[in-house]
Design a protein around this ligand. Structure first.
Ligand code: MG
Length: 249
């Protein structure tokens, strides 16, 4: 069931979105060779709690972190660890969210660590561009398939592949609400989009093949071919005037 939000509720969600974006920005600014993903996790939690927010991921399905930190061939859901030390040349997806007044924000960004290869720079640029194309398609009268089509077209035109097993999602009082927002699809298919839907749009794009596997901790998802993957996400409200990004400061 898709839970539509009133414009007052969307306004209320902007606060959770703002705090989620702030935590993501501050973690991004702290990323450097030598830092551990557990240190980044502590920083995100500090930022969120300092403003009275609750880390949305911590305890969700038993997940232990405030952030998901996924490096290089890791796609999503990396558990922060003191043993995971960033090195120059890595790329790291940080995914984090905050709950404020019962509303949830969710966003992700893949950051370079120091100097990265031109190939990985291109992967990051294309993945972010595909997210923005998906966001631009999030308009009343369009369909869910238009979002997936926009994302898939950009990724595949660049020679990359779209992860199929994980998707974006509706979001509101719950982090994961209906509908699933696929990052692939055909134009004008699927659920019709309407005013009041709030969606987390989050392409996960691989430099190599699309297949992924879940590792033995039950959380971490990696590419099967070991090639790098990138992930960008924003929480977006569909309004009569078009898409409005809620995860922004
Ligand atoms: Mg999400």
């Amino acid at each position: 069931m898709v839970v539509l939000k009133t414009s007052a509720e969307i306004d209320a969600m902007k606060e959770a979105g703002r705090l989620s974006a702030k935590a993501l920005r501050i973690v991004g600014e702290a990323i450097r060779p030598g830092i551990s993903t557990l240190e980044l996790d502590a920083l995100a939690e500090e930022v969120i709690r300092a403003e009275g927010g609750i880390p949305a991921f911590k305890g969700y399905g038993g997940f232990p972190g405030t952030i998901c930190a996924s490096v290089n061939e890791e796609v999503v859901h990396g558990i922060p660890s003191a043993k995971k030390i960033l090195r120059a040349g890595d790329i790291i997806s940080i995914d984090t969210g905050a709950i404020v007044e019962g509303w949830v924000g969710d966003n992700a960004h893949t950051f370079p660590v120091g100097k990265i290869t031109p190939e990985n720079k291109h992967l990051l640029a294309v993945t972010e561009q595909s997210m923005w194309a998906g966001i631009d398609a999030a308009r009343p009268g369009n369909h869910l398939g238009d979002i997936g089509f926009a994302i898939q077209s950009i990724a595949e035109r660049a020679g990359y592949s779209v992860v199929r097993e994980y998707t974006g999602h509706g979001i509101g009082r719950e982090m994961h609400e209906d509908p699933s927002v696929f990052n692939f699809g055909r134009k004008h298919t699927g659920l019709e989009l309407c005013v009041g839907m709030v969606l987390a749009i989050e392409p996960m794009i691989n430099r190599g093949k699309r297949k992924v596997r879940t590792m033995s901790d039950g959380w971490l998802v990696c590419t099967r071919d070991g090639k790098p993957s990138a992930h960008f996400e924003k929480t977006v409200a569909i309004t009569a005037d078009g898409p409005v990004v809620l995860t922004q400061e």
